[in-house]
Write a protein of this length. Structure first.
Length: 103
């Protein structure tokens, strides 16, 4: 029963290989935060600037994060963030776009 008492030695919450991945974790958090922000603000027509820009930043950060990700947990979170960012970005574009009414 020694295997039950084995300590958890992972270096990061999102790393499954036991090594820390600070850049990947940062990109994951940025993608998720921008995705949630873009998705929530896309439901309001007047916040199209915020939703489209947050979605664009989330898409770019998530795409680069997918390119350099090393574990499945990172990829899973990045895909969720990319989906939310994409929906928020495209709804923001439909409501007025990146520069709608400003330029």
């Amino acid at each position: 029963m020694a295997q039950v008492l084995r300590p958890n030695t992972t270096g990061s919450l999102f790393a499954t290989d036991g090594k820390p991945h600070p850049l990947q974790d940062t990109l994951l958090v940025v993608t998720l935060v921008c995705g949630v922000l873009a998705f929530v603000t896309s439901m309001f027509h007047s916040l199209h600037l915020l939703s489209s820009w947050a979605g664009l930043v989330g898409i770019l950060a998530g795409a680069y994060g997918q390119f350099i990700s090393e574990t499945t947990r990172e990829r899973f979170g990045l895909i969720v963030g990319l989906g939310l960012s994409g929906v928020g970005f495209y709804l923001g574009l439909a409501h007025g776009g990146l520069f709608g009414g400003v330029i």
